[in-house]
Structure formats: structure tokens, C-alpha cells
Design a protein around this ligand. Structure first.
Ligand SMILES: [Zn+2]
Length: 111
């Protein structure tokens, strides 16, 4: 039961976030079907998995931000993330171009 509630809460949080964006009209029935299918096929957070953790994903994220471009929105590569990774690591990556740092704090990659 807790998993069902958690899933519903995650979906509501994601829906709220999407509705605040300028291109919120992209996120209608088409996106909801695509999102649901993607989470069925890729149920775990990619970033957590890269770090060796198993976390259920609740957010379907465009690997490269679509920026309101319909073609990028429809044909862009997707990844499953947990809300924590999407709201912290992914947002930092989009703002700074750095997705991860080494033990000394130096970026491991740059855009
Ligand atoms: Zn994660």
C-alpha cells in the first residue's frame, strides 16, 4: 500500500512540476502514456543505478533538455530518475554542465 501511495505522490509531484513550465501543453495524454510505458520498461533510477543503488524511478526525464522543441520532446532520448536525482543532480548538470565530481571536487565531465 505504501508503494502505491508513494507512486501516486511521485506522479502528482511530477505533474505539478510539469504544469509550471511554459510548454506544459506538451504533457497531455500522449506524454502520460509514453511516461507510463517508459517507467514500466525502465523502473529504476539511472543515476542511482550508476552509483550502485537500487531506487524506484518516478520521473521520466529527457536526457537532453527539449527546451520547448516538439521534435526534441517527441524523439529525444529518455531516462528514468528518482525525484531526488532529477531535482538535484540533473538540475545541477543542466545549470553547470557538470554531472559528477571526483573525491577532490573536480568535475568528471563538462558539456
Ligand atoms: Zn536516483
Amino acid at each position: 500500500m505504501a508503494a502505491v501511495l508513494s507512486s501516486a505522490a511521485g506522479a502528482l509531484i511530477e505533474q505539478s512540476r510539469l504544469m509550471s513550465e511554459r510548454w506544459h501543453h506538451f504533457y497531455g495524454g500522449y506524454w502520460q502514456r509514453r511516461r507510463r510505458l517508459h517507467l514500466l520498461e525502465h523502473p529504476l533510477c539511472k543515476f542511482c543505478a550508476d552509483g550502485g543503488a537500487v531506487t524506484r524511478a518516478t520521473v521520466v526525464d529527457h536526457v537532453d533538455p527539449h527546451g520547448g522543441d516538439w521534435n526534441k520532446f517527441v524523439f529525444g532520448k529518455l531516462q528514468s530518475l528518482c525525484a531526488h536525482c532529477h531535482d538535484s543532480i540533473k538540475q545541477r548538470h543542466e545549470k553547470t554542465g557538470v554531472s559528477s565530481i571526483d573525491a577532490d571536487g573536480w568535475p568528471l565531465d563538462r558539456k
